[in-house]
Design a protein around this ligand. Structure first.
Ligand code: NDP
Ligand code: AKG
Ligand code: MG
Length: 761
């Protein structure tokens, strides 16, 4: 793709996006993202657009990629032809309108190393984007840094997710997984794998929470009162509405460091791998700091000697060992410090590896090990992580904060006791997640602070009330999160309707002993009682709910986990990865609170490993099943909201095509020579056209698609041959964050025969 917005006048795909040429909002918005899902879109989107166009449905594109967002943030630095509009801001408005119908693919939530790399690539391509100021020295740099900070981490999802989350495996997908089980590692009862978490002085144990009265609502201030009474304003204005649940908590830096030091010793003594699992992208302020502590404590003897030198050179451990090694190498004392690092590493426990062939450790990049995907993959593998010797080994999974660690601890304990889950017979755990309007920790970015000096951190509410305050020390990580009343009520109602639809077990994963959860329970119980459905639901701590849910699905039964935002994220990778092998196949619906719909594709990420494989051997293993499911839902939603019968027929045909891809085993596989993403899109198009050609509800659609189906059938061998000619050889995409449009197109649309057949529509 080129750097221009896909809806900008000269953008490459624009010419084919004819529905975008008129000014009306397209019926459906598809998102341009990054990495593997974006590569897949270059092949799949033209299929979708041409089929939809033939049915009078327009599909437009908005660019929410990392590169696109960076370009949109610095218009004054760029030539007019390089600029592009702020599509994310536009989409952020659209999702608040009842007309919204968005298909949202996973985008990069960038860590600092990813952001820096993307900027470097753009600069090399002639975009005069400023450098990311690691340590802003003046107001101008602070302003630049603020723009980058708005792009960093989970900057897209919190803006678009104006509704709560309904994630589950479509019935066809679950049935397929049961009859075609993925491999599961065996769990040994004597596995030494453990989950370790802080015993106190963390976010969980320090949490305080309050539901605001009308008097307390309004503009509040967050401040730090020093021992001498001096007041440092941390945030001068946060606005709250009545009924909002506001939490405040902190993690003690001293307690964290002591915990990490203990874990290093414990891991070494146990002879297992050391691994830390965080969400440095979604918790973009707190978790990179925690990650930095881990890097620092791991390398403590080196920091004791050279810490001041590193600090003077502006080198922070928060960006990870990878960046630190690069920066240290450039120092005059570089060789000496690198030798000191090697000496420390030799004494430390072996590290869990991201890529043992390339020497990339758990501590290299804060966004390489993302807890929602990393721990489930380890559990799926029978509790094994990869060590530096390239061999699988038992692992200490360190999750500093204890709020959510119990779900993994209980899973590990359960599988040690009972052995791995059997995907052939397991039921499913669906999720209803509280997520709308930046609920809970999701929205805590602007209200998280690394405390500059000892004192009392507190929130002063509009009427002067101070109900949330903590004695803190320098370096402590203090954070406040809030959850509005309307999203909470909407979430409980969504849970009621999902439970009614499924008729299965439904559990609110809430801990009455946790301050925040206790406030939520005060909302949940009366709503359930008023609806007369209290007996259909249970409320359990996350640990107890984990055990009960695992026992339920082991019996082949189903459960609905009704959870807060972080657990939504964790559970919608954990259960799918165990049940289906991956979370990419999930149906992920966001019922927008103002009436629109957003259909996310899968529950996972942007699979950087897959891009690497494509570049090395021109095989893309990305599975677009999530996109197929989202497309079907989006079309059916369009049919309902706009009373569009053709959209309904198109949507039902998508479901049949998806079923066809599954039944005929046409999903991508891992190796060169096997079906890949592009070939699976051909089969999807074939089955979609066949479904439209064999329905009897709309004769014009039948007339349009019968010849298309025939042409696709007749040219199967030619198309597959064209798609596979380049397999096994390197593929040049002309970039990573900003790939070259023509090069990417020639890789991803490698069958001229297929392109020609679609061009008829
Ligand atoms: N909603 C969003 O926008 C999300 C974005 N992200 C972003 O994605 C990036 C990578 O995150 P990470 O935690 O590594 O998670 P990913 O889900 O991208 O990757 C984990 C692994 O899951 C498997 N996988 C994921 N999707 C697919 C798919 N469609 N088809 C086949 N396999 C798949 C792959 O494993 P294998 O090849 O071994 O089968 C992959 O290596 C980060 O930048 C993160 O911020 C992450 C989560 C959600
Ligand atoms: O927003 C993000 O950074 C990641 C979101 C995610 O992982 C999810 O919603 O499952
Ligand atoms: Mg996730």
């Amino acid at each position: 793709m080129d750097g221009k917005g896909l809806n900008s006048p000269d953008s490459h795909l624009k010419d084919r996006n004819s529905p975008m040429t008129n000014n009306a909002t397209p019926d459906i918005i598809y998102t341009k993202v990054d990495e593997a899902p974006q590569l897949a879109s270059v092949s799949l989107l033209p299929v979708i657009q041409s089929f939809a166009k033939a049915a009078g449905v327009s599909v437009g594109v908005k660019d929410i990629s990392l590169a696109g967002r960076i370009i949109a943030a610095f218009p004054e630095n760029l030539r007019p032809d390089q600029r592009q509009p702020d599509d994310l801001a536009e989409l952020g408005q659209l999702v608040k309108s009842p007309n919204a119908n968005v298909i949202k693919l996973p985008n990069i939530s960038a860590s600092v190393p990813q952001l820096v790399a993307a900027v470097k690539e753009l600069q090399a391509k002639g975009y005069a984007i400023p450098d990311y100021p690691q340590d802003p020295a003046n107001d101008a740099e602070k302003a630049i840094r603020a723009r980058f900070d708005a792009i960093k981490g989970s900057a897209v999802n919190p803006i678009l997710r104006e509704g709560n989350s309904d994630r589950r495996a479509a019935v066809a997908v679950k049935n397929y997984a049961m009859s075609n089980p993925h491999s599961m590692g065996a769990w040994a009862p004597d596995s030494k794998t453990i989950v370790s978490t802080m015993a106190g002085n963390d976010f969980f144990s320090n949490e305080k929470s309050v539901t605001l009265t009308a008097e307390q609502a309004g503009d509040a201030r967050i401040e730090l009162v020093g021992a001498d009474g001096s007041i440092t304003v941390l945030k001068d204005k946060v606005s709250y509405t009545a009924g909002t649940v506001v939490d405040a908590t902190f993690m003690s830096a001293k307690a964290l460091d002591a915990f990490l030091a203990e874990q290093i010793t414990l891991t070494k003594d146990a002879g297992i791998l050391f691994s830390i699992h965080l969400k440095a992208t979604m918790m973009k302020v707190s978790d990179p700091i925690i990650f930095g502590h881990a890097v620092k404590v791991f390398l403590q003897p080196m920091f004791d000697t050279y810490g001041a030198t590193l600090a003077a050179a502006g080198i922070s451990p928060n960006s990870g060992l990878g960046a630190l090694l690069d920066q240290v190498a450039a120092l005059p004392q570089g060789a000496e410090i690198l030798a000191a690092i090697d000496a420390v590493m030799a004494e430390r426990p072996a590290l869990y590896m991201v890529n043992s062939d390339k020497g990339i450790t758990n501590l290299h990049v804060p966004s390489d090990v993302i807890i929602d995907a990393s721990i489930p993959a380890l559990i799926r593998a029978g509790g094994k992580g990869w060590g530096p010797d390239g061999k699988a080994a038992d692992t200490n999974c360190i999750i500093p904060d204890s709020s959510y660690a119990p779900i993994y601890d209980e899973s590990v304990a359960y599988f040690k006791e009972t052995g791995a889950l059997d995907p052939r017979t397991a039921g499913t755990v669906q999720n209803v997640g509280l997520m709308a309007q930046k609920a809970e920790e999701y929205g805590s970015h602007p209200t998280t602070f690394e405390i500059p000096h000892a004192g009392t951190a507190r929130i002063v509410f509009a009427n002067g009330d101070i109900v949330l305050e903590h004695a803190v020390e320098a370096g402590d990580i203090w954070r406040s999160a809030s959850t509005k009343q309307a999203p909470i009520e909407d979430w409980v109602k969504l849970a009621i309707s999902r439970q009614k639809a499924e008729g299965c077990q439904a559990i609110f994963w809430l801990d009455a002993a946790r301050a925040h959860d206790a406030e939520l329970i005060k909302y949940v119980e009366p709503i359930l009682a008023a609806a007369g459905v209290a007996d259909k639901f249970q409320i359990m701590t996350p640990r107890a709910a984990t055990r009960v849910s695992l026992e339920t699905i082991r019996k082949g039964k189903n459960s609905i986990a009704i959870s807060g935002n972080v657990l939504r994220d964790y559970l919608t990778d954990l259960f799918p990865i165990l049940e289906l092998g991956t979370s990419a196949k999930m149906l992920s619906i966001v019922k927008l609170m103002n009436g629109g719909g957003m259909f996310e594709t899968g529950a996972g990420g942007s699979a950087p490993k897959h891009v690497q494989q494509l570049a090395e051997e021109n095989h893309l293993r990305w599975d677009s099943l999530g996109e197929f499911c989202a497309l079907g839902e989006s079309l059916k939603f369009l049919a309902e909201t706009k009373d569009n019968d053709k959209a309904r027929i198109l949507g039902n045909a998508v479901d049949r095509a998806t079923q066809g891809v599954l039944d005929n085993n046409k999903s991508p596989q891992a190796k060169v020579g096997q079906t890949d993403n592009r070939a699976s899109h051909y089969f999807f198009a074939l089955y979609w056209a066949q479904a439209l050609a064999t329905q009897n509800e709309d004769s014009s659609l039948l007339a349009t698609f019968a010849p298309i189906a025939r042409a696709l059938e007749e040219n199967e061998a030619a198309i597959l041959a064209e798609l596979s000619t380049a397999e096994g050889k390197p593929a040049d995409l002309g970039g990573y964050y900003l790939t070259d449009a023509d090069k990417t197109e020639s890789v991803m649309r490698a069958s001229p025969t297929l392109v020609k057949i679609l061009s008829v529509l």
